[in-house]
Design a protein around this ligand. Structure first.
Ligand code: SF4
Length: 481
């Protein structure tokens, strides 16, 4: 029997979203790879969020296998390349897939035997056949298949649960996004077509797993038009009618607040609440980002939208961006007041990050403002927890002070508890409201660590002097992103 090692790399010591223990998610794409592999294979997995695949001396922590499959998003790619090099030193064959390999295959192929771009469902069996017959190609491209294909394969969640006992699993119900927000890489690697699984297929998969905790893997489960909104209603109605009770959470947009029917079914099906990309309270900033969905409702309606969601006992996890062009020194207090005035139950943030290949990257690079340009090593800064570009509407010192202000007023001291009491007052009397408020409080407790790390990253940047180094004036040739 051949052996395959599946690896989710992670830079040691980093605390990002993956450190939120209440929703620690298994790397679902590796569970798909296990399920899609035909023939006689034995699998093992290392999730470096939990244990390392390579120690501090660069030694692998596992015995030789026939094939190593690594996944990575951009910030993970330098670690993925190091693990791949260590594997190759020990004569193991390495395939790299995931978002970064898809968008940067020319870079990735320097470190691995084979790069897998796109999604695996349609052609993974060919890759395995080629490997078994010693004719593995350098690059495969699985494209973006119709999601009806997922009817035929459920990810092997048990393999991952056996190893790490994850409390939550994720599930795919849609992929892609027709919008084109300047900072977002979803339309780039998942396409601008909004692909939806037939809701009956999703219900069947939910019934087939006894995982109670489910995270919807996509960026918008509610969708972008009447037809997809109807599909979402049918999905949650189907959960209620089939008696599928899950503790679940997902990402969507604020327009869901206008649909009381879907909110009602979501509450009954066990939903905690939803992550919503608020991004900014400044419409000029939203325009620059191209965040059309928020502009359509208008920032003046946010309060009412959030109130509608709360009425159903669901908590609102607002995700915001700090450091976007147009947001100056006053943006930190404005956002803090907004979070408190609207009883937003969880506030998480990203420091505006020009992910490679996005419109934001192209613009900031064109303006010669990106100061992390030593790729691939510097990709590890592209995680929304570091600042990688020079600000125009405030100084670095203003930015750091502003971030401390947000921390002190939303997280530090007794603020998490005070916000928990507000959540309880807002949703506590509804179905599952107390449970949902407690969930928000626990996520906030974990996010506290992520926030502290981002503050630490900013202080280190300030001390390092890197912020003012002008890489565009150096003779060094950098790889273009
Ligand atoms: S931020 Fe959301 S709406 Fe905008 S492109 Fe990304 S997934 Fe689509």
């Amino acid at each position: 029997m051949k052996k395959m090692m599946l690896i989710n790399p992670h830079p040691p010591g980093r605390h990002g979203e993956e450190s939120i223990s209440v929703i620690v998610q298994m790397p679902l794409n590796l569970a798909y790879i296990a399920a899609l592999t035909p023939g006689n294979w034995e699998f093992d997995i290392i999730d470096e969020n939990i244990e390392l695949a390579m120690d501090e001396n660069g030694e692998l922590t596992f015995d030789n296998v026939d094939l190593v499959c690594i996944t990575s998003v951009t910030y993970q790619s330098p670690r993925a390349y190091k693990i791949a090099e260590a594997c190759k030193k020990r004569s193991m064959t390495v395939i790299l897939g995931g978002v970064h390999a898809t968008t940067h295959s020319e870079e990735a192929i320097n470190y691995v035997d084979c790069v897998f771009k796109g999604e695996a469902e349609e052609i993974w069996h060919e890759v395995i056949a080629d490997f078994e017959n010693n004719r593995l190609k350098k690059i495969y491209d699985g494209g973006l298949p119709d999601l009806s294909i997922l009817k035929n394969v459920y990810p092997d969640r048990e393999l991952l649960r056996k190893k790490y006992d994850y409390k939550f699993a994720s599930i795919i119900t849609t992929k892609g996004c027709p919008n084109f927000c300047d900072f977002c890489s979803v339309p780039i690697y998942q396409g601008r077509k909004f692909r939806e699984r037939p809701f009956e297929d999703v219900l069947d998969e939910m019934e087939a797993t006894d995982y109670k905790g489910l995270m919807f893997a996509e960026d918008n489960f509610y969708g972008h038009g009447n037809r997809s909104n109807e599909r979402a209603r049918n999905l949650f109605k189907g959960m209620v009618e089939r008696g599928i009770k899950k503790d679940w959470l997902g990402f969507t947009a604020l327009n869901i607040s206008q649909d009381p029917v879907v909110l009602e079914y979501m509450a009954k099906s066990g939903n905690f609440g939803m992550l919503i990309g608020m991004e900014s309270t400044n419409e000029e900033v939203l325009k620059k980002m191209g965040k059309k969905v928020n502009l359509k409702l208008g920032t003046g309606s946010y309060k009412e939208c959030i109130g509608n969601i709360h009425k159903h006992g669901l908590v609102v996890w607002g995700s915001v961006v700090f450091g976007a062009d147009g947001d100056g020194k006053d943006s930190f207090k404005r956002m803090t007041d907004f979070i408190l005035d609207n009883n937003i139950d969880i506030m998480s943030f990203g420091i505006d990050c020009p992910f490679p290949k996005t419109q934001l990257y192209k613009r900031l690079d064109g303006e010669q403002r990106i100061f992390r340009k030593n790729y691939p090593a510097d990709w590890h800064y592209f995680d929304s927890g570091h600042l990688v570009h020079r600000l125009v509407d405030m100084s670095l010192t203003d930015f750091i002070e502003g971030m401390h202000y947000v921390y002190d007023n939303l997280y530090g001291g007794d603020n998490l508890r005070l916000r928990f009491r507000n959540s309880l007052r807002t949703v506590g009397s509804t179905l599952n409201g107390k449970r949902n408020a407690m969930f928000a409080f626990r996520v906030g407790g974990d996010w506290d660590n992520v926030f502290k790390q981002a503050l630490d990253n900013l202080e280190k940047l300030n001390d390092s002097g890197d912020y003012s180094v002008d890489h565009y004036k150096k003779d060094t040739a950098f790889i273009s992103a």
